[in-house]
Design a protein around this ligand. Structure first.
Ligand SMILES: N[C@@H](CCC(=O)N[C@@H](CS)C(=O)NCC(=O)O)C(=O)O
Length: 224
């Protein structure tokens, strides 16, 4: 049975691949599984039919027969567990790869999202200028820690894993800010992720969807 995921019908970022359907597309491409994409509007995700799939009114969702999942962490883990290539066979190495998935989502992504919120949704507040250095500082602190751990390694723990896929996906959200360039080994790590054929296939597929449609304005009600 073919998997079906949802993505925004109009790109929030002009096809830069930063919306979270990209993580799921990339995962499916890595393990060689075909999938369909059902585009949904910003309005539709808040309406009852979509809310039965995703209680928080977001994308992506993942449907595989009778199974419906939301949350990219859960979706990527589900796919990686069922197909070879993204989680090591060795029990300890597998647990460490899963740890990196959690670290990406629970420890590295929150300050990055805080920065996005500060820029996109709070940039016009009177206190925004004063607060911004604190928000940027928290991102740098996390990146410094991650940078030390990665060191000169190619991937976080041996071979490329779902942990790297999630970490690169999270870090990519910083690419346009220039912040990543201050941590050269992380910038190179992200570039290695983007150079993977599966990433490129996923990127091109989301771009095709958005090619003919204008970028969504940066002051919508959606959250990042
Ligand atoms: N923790 C969720 C976050 C999902 C999320 O924030 N999706 C964004 C698009 S990248 C969205 O649908 N935003 C619309 C909204 O929250 O209203 C996940 O990882 O799946």
């Amino acid at each position: 049975m073919t998997v079906c995921i949802t993505a925004f019908e109009q790109s929030p970022d002009g096809g830069k691949g930063l919306a979270r359907d990209m993580r799921v597309r990339w995962t499916l491409e890595e393990v060689g599984q075909p999938y369909e994409v059902r585009p949904v509007s910003f309005r539709a995700v808040k309406e009852p039919p979509h809310l039965t799939l995703h209680p928080f009114g977001q994308i992506p969702t993942y449907q595989e027969g009778d199974l419906t999942l939301f949350e990219t962490g859960s979706i990527v883990f589900h796919i990686a567990e069922r197909h070879a290539g993204l989680l090591p066979d060795d029990t300890s190495a597998r647990a460490r790869a899963i740890t990196w998935m959690f670290a990406a989502l629970n420890t590295v992504e929150p300050p990055i999202l805080e920065l996005t919120t500060a820029k996109l949704l709070e940039g016009d507040k009177p206190w925004s200028r004063e607060r911004m250095p604190l928000v940027v500082g928290r991102v740098h602190n996390r990146l410094k820690q991650l940078s030390v751990r990665l060191g000169d390694a190619t991937w976080l723990d041996g071979a490329f894993s779902a942990g790297d896929l999630m970490m690169v996906s999270v870090l990519l959200r910083l690419k346009l800010s220039g912040i990543l360039d201050e941590h050269p080994n992380l910038a190179a790590y992200v570039a290695r992720g983007e150079a993977r054929p599966a990433y490129k296939r996923a990127f091109d597929a989301q771009l095709v969807l958005y090619a003919s449609k204008p970028e969504f304005g940066s002051h919508g009600t959606r959250s990042e």
